[in-house]
Design a protein around this ligand. Structure first.
Ligand code: ZN
Length: 294
């Protein structure tokens, strides 16, 4: 079962998260029927979403991570809440691209150059939104850069997905380690040395390390402490109402022309693929309600 652990070290000057996300990445793969490189990209962003969701303060807060690139994958959107629930979709689920020279799936090549946007929706207030240029499209590095540039929090983000020969997800997971203001140079050096010794996240996953063990390794010698363990899962909360809004977003004129055709409209939820059918009567109601709201 997937979960996220939240920990701390060096008397609170380090905060850290680690996650195992095999099951939810596999679920995303089976919903979206992704090719291996897209599975890896999706899994990495979903894993980051799980951990960054836990950073949200309020229960109803929502986090949206959007990557847009000029590569064949085009982009990915992931949303997460504070309870370890994530969902997402790739703009192009099937991308076939040569592996990198080191034999790894070429996520950066599939994503290309572009932007990463982070939106935190805290319900009442205006959503907080921030956008940075992608550094490599490998997602972990892009998030490390996001934290440094947008939040001024020095961080190290490691994300990994192992795809099996039959294209199913063998392992997925990652970590985020962050330095808090006032941290001493000794702590920084010790942490940097630990991170240097670390092989890739993929290697950690291959060796079967749990999120707790990953944190122990990264925070060795820095008095790590696990504060919380939270289950993580792929979860979609779509409803007829929400999908009805999507129907409206195609524009009143298009909706009217669907009504004029006299055929029910079939819409699939982007996140989970669930199909919703809207009768001509229902489409008329949606349109009338929208016109009333102005
Ligand atoms: Zn859905």
């Amino acid at each position: 079962m997937d979960y996220v652990v939240r920990g701390t070290a060096a008397d609170g000057y380090i905060r850290a998260f680690a996650a195992s996300t095999r099951d939810l990445t596999e679920e995303a793969r089976s919903i979206h029927k992704t090719s291996p490189v897209v599975t890896a990209a999706m899994g990495r962003l979903l894993t980051a979403g799980c951990m960054m969701g836990i950073m949200l303060k309020g229960e109803g807060d929502l986090l949206t991570l959007t990557i847009r690139g000029d590569g064949p994958l085009q982009g990915i959107t992931v949303t997460a809440d504070a309870k370890g629930r994530v969902k997402g979709f790739p703009y192009q689920p099937e991308v076939w691209i040569d592996p990198r020279p080191d034999g790894k799936l070429n996520v950066g090549g599939a994503v290309g150059r572009g932007t990463l946007t982070v939106v935190r929706d805290q319900g009442l207030k205006e959503p907080y939104s921030s956008q940075v240029e992608l550094v490599s499209g490998e997602i972990g590095e892009d998030l490390t850069n996001y934290f440094a540039v947008s939040e001024q929090v020095p961080s190290s983000v490691g994300l990994g997905v192992l795809v099996d020969r039959d294209q199913s997800v063998k392992e997925a997971g990652g970590f985020i380690v962050q330095l808090m203001p006032g941290v001493s140079d000794e702590v920084i050096t010790a942490l940097e040395n630990n991170l240097k010794e670390l092989h890739s996240v993929t290697q950690l996953l291959e060796n079967g390390l749990t999120p707790e063990q990953i944190l122990e390794k990264i925070l060795r010698g820095l008095r790590p402490e696990i504060l919380e363990t939270m289950p993580a899962k792929y979860h979609c909360n779509c409803s007829r109402e929400r999908v009805g809004k999507v129907l409206l977003s195609i524009g009143a004129r298009e909706l009217q022309s669907l009504i004029d055709e006299g055929k029910p409209a079939e819409l699939n939820c982007n996140f989970c693929g669930k199909s919703y059918s809207f009768s001509v009567e229902e489409m008329k109601e949606i349109l009338a309600a929208a016109r009333q709201q102005g």
